[in-house]
Write a protein that binds this ligand. Structure first.
Ligand code: C2E
Ligand code: CA
Ligand code: CA
Length: 395
């Protein structure tokens, strides 16, 4: 507990005194109390994951809901515990709102506070920090903008293997953020922030350049993989994208038919005119197009037929556990049939265990991607990994 820093916010002096005494008894290293939201928010360190705020819901100057919204907007990465005398439903909706803001909301405590419950919650934050570090952290726009000038974004690569032969066919590049204090952070922390603030295109371009550079290194080491990149619709609203991509691929001597652009199904309808122009040109240059997260939106078949896609990636929601979930199973089966009827390659995402593998293999899916094969890894590990995987697969 001595590493934790807890800030208590309540407009009642008595509650502050009692809570402070409890926290001292638990051995919490740093304790601060505040009677007003404004002074508390000033004192918070937004980037300290070990800081926890215990926040009253009913306060005169700024209520708890406003405090939570503010913390969400500022990307507070510590823990939040709601204190209240309100009923359970109100508490639940506040907790849900906090989570929707990507806050690490640990839960709600009734007043008067019960020592054991408070202790359990603090233990919980310690556990959540070591188990799933900073999963719910959002980068701030400033951090993102600054990071894009210093190569903070790096691609990790997740293999895709042939369902029948096990051969490593390609990799998908997945963005990671190298954070000075927090280490490697996943895309949930920054892709949406980038999309909302016109930073997704520079991010995509960096991902592409770095991935092409890595492809060249792999190829020089003797392996020839297809390279899938996630492209946001925002970047496709730019007519110059195909020319830029071609020039960049040529700079690293990467054949264009090794490239696959993954587009999320739910975004396909946005600005269809520009998009189909850009997609058609990519296709004419032999760059392949893939529909990502298939099954999660109500795809319209017409569009799938009109746009020049050559690959369909079935969302992991319909893959993992499909052998014992009739709903997933049916979507999986029909998606594969649809793809085959349109001459598209199928990739199953989220294959986590042998039953998943067997199930998608039985349906005739072409490629497999998932934790059962491998988690995403840094580019310099791919060659050795592929050798080991293929040797093990033959056994
Ligand atoms: P996605 O394109 O659907 O990528 C697959 C995600 O599923 C990856 O998460 C991957 O690590 C995860 N995954 C792979 N196998 C399994 C499995 O067996 N089980 C489970 N539970 N998960 C698995 P990740 O890397 O966190 O990426 C999340 C999403 O962020 C991606 O989903 C993609 O939509 C977005 N993203 C990642 N990199 C980029 C990028 O460079 N640009 C854009 N625009 N979006 C990106
Ligand atoms: Ca993808
Ligand atoms: Ca996907």
């Amino acid at each position: 507990m001595k590493h934790l820093s807890v800030l208590v916010l309540d407009d009642d002096d008595f509650i502050l005194d009692v809570t402070q005494a409890m926290l001292e008894n638990m051995g919490v290293g740093h304790i601060e109390t505040h009677l007003s939201a404004r002074s508390a928010l000033k004192a918070l360190d937004m980037s300290n994951p070990l800081q926890i705020i215990l926040c009253d819901l009913n306060m005169p100057d700024m209520d708890g809901v406003e405090v939570i919204r503010y913390l969400g907007q500022q990307g507070f990465i510590g823990g939040v515990v709601v204190l209240s005398g309100e009923d359970i439903r109100t508490q639940h909706s506040v907790v849900a709102m906090g989570r929707a803001h990507h806050l690490n909301l640990l839960g709600a405590l009734n007043k008067p506070i019960n020592t054991d419950e408070l202790l359990a919650m603090l233990e919980n934050i310690k556990a959540s920090i070591s188990k799933k570090p900073y999963a719910l952290t959002l980068l701030s726009v400033d951090e993102l903008r600054a990071g894009l000038t210093t190569d903070a974004v790096v691609p990790y690569f997740q293999p895709q293997v042939d369902t029948l032969t096990g051969k490593v066919i390609g990799v998908e590049a997945l963005a990671r953020w190298q954070h000075k204090q927090l280490g490697i952070i996943g895309p949930a922390a920054f892709i949406a922030v980038a999309e909302d603030n016109d930073l997704i295109t520079p991010l995509t371009y960096q991902m592409i350049t770095q991935s092409l550079k890595q492809w060249r290194i792999w190829n020089d080491e003797g392996i020839d993989l297809s390279l899938s990149i996630n492209v946001s619709m925002h970047s496709l609203n730019d007519f110059s994208f195909p020319d830029w991509l071609v020039a960049e691929a040529q700079a690293f001597a990467v054949p264009l038919d090794r490239l696959v652009m993954e587009l999320t199904e739910s975004h396909l309808s946005d600005n269809i005119l520009v998009t189909s122009d850009v997609l058609t040109r990519l296709c004419l240059k032999r760059i392949r197009l893939s529909v990502d997260d298939f099954g999660t939106a109500y795809s319209n078949m017409e569009k799938l037929q009109q746009l020049p896609f050559s690959e369909l990636k079935i969302d992991r929601a319909f893959v993992h556990g499909a052998d014992h979930n009739p709903h997933s199973h049916s979507i999986l089966k029909h998606s594969i049939e649809l793809a085959k009827s349109l001459n598209m390659i199928t990739v199953a995402e989220g294959v986590e265990d042998q039953p998943d593998w067997d199930c998608v293999a039985k349906q005739g899916c072409d490629l497999i991607q998932g934790y059962f094969v491998s988690r995403p890894m840094p580019g310099d590990q791919i060659v050795q990994w592929a050798k080991n995987w293929e040797a093990d697969f033959k056994k």
